[in-house]
Design a protein around this ligand. Structure first.
Ligand SMILES: [Zn+2]
Length: 63
């Protein structure tokens, strides 16, 4: 997962070259983050715990 950054707003992880978060539209990214959750099913119960709006990879904690 090196070379990727996480959206500070929704924690969605994108490649460094991406300028705008595809989930929330934020342009505020953090290059330092810890852990990640891979969401493969939008209907997952994880939505009750985290604001996951879209399938993909999310950081657990933004540094
Ligand atoms: Zn976002």
């Amino acid at each position: 997962m090196r070379g990727r950054k996480a959206c500070r707003n929704c924690k969605y992880i994108v490649e460094t070259k991406v300028n705008e978060c595809p989930v929330c539209g934020s342009r505020d990214f953090a290059s330092r983050w810890v852990g990640f959750i891979i969401v493969m099913d939008e209907s997952t119960k994880l939505k009750d715990l985290l604001p996951l709006e879209k399938e993909g990879i999310y950081a657990i904690k933004i540094m």
